[in-house]
Design a protein around this ligand. Structure first.
Ligand code: PNS
Length: 168
């Protein structure tokens, strides 16, 4: 009897406060590598996010709507436990610069210690996106700078709307 082809489920975890075009580039590339990709928003963060989990999830879902093998979810607790609950065997992360490497290495090694069956796969950011971070995007727009092309247009609109109602 033939064994069914192995289907690889990957999790792309993060804060996504909010999603940037750098995240989106990684999601598109991850979607080509894995059978299924779950973009997972961390709930209950210590740092106070600008957007609620629901808002971040909504913005992500809108941005990935054209990618049939990508879904969006949220999680709390240990990432490896969430990954196991989704039958995922890969954690996808992006590395923009050397400065990201140390943190990413620490997380990958800790996650491997916690759950050796799950591998972290790190993709290098596209060169057009390596300087983009959610934190800088929020800072630039709050100071009146132009963020066109750095985040999806719907996210830019939400940021502008939020800027009118609160200080970023
Ligand atoms: O976008 P971020 O903020 O760099 O993402 C960090 C994230 C969500 C991947 C990380 O904080 C995480 O996995 N949190 C879940 C808690 C956990 O499992 N911690 C131990 C693993 S290092």
């Amino acid at each position: 009897m033939d064994t069914p082809p192995r289907r690889i489920v990957a999790i792309y975890p993060g804060s996504f406060d909010p999603i940037t075009n750098g995240h989106l580039d990684l999601i598109r590339r991850g979607a080509r590598l894995f059978d299924r990709l779950i973009v997972a928003v961390l709930r209950n963060q210590v740092k106070q996010p600008l957007f609620s989990t629901e808002e971040r999830t909504e913005m992500l879902a809108e941005a990935v709507s054209g990618l049939p093998n990508v879904s969006v979810d949220s999680f709390d607790g240990l990432l490896v436990n969430y990954a196991t609950s989704q039958n995922a065997t890969v954690l996808l992360r992006g590395i923009r610069a050397v400065s990201d490497y140390e943190y990413e290495l620490q997380m990958a090694l800790m996650n491997r210690r916690l759950q050796p069956e799950i591998e972290t796969v790190s993709l290098m950011s596209g060169d057009a996106y390596s300087f983009i971070s959610s934190r800088l995007v929020k800072e630039v727009i709050s100071l009146g700078g132009n963020i066109a092309g750095l985040v999806p247009p719907a996210v830019e609109a939400r940021l502008k709307q939020r800027l009118h109602t609160s200080a970023l």
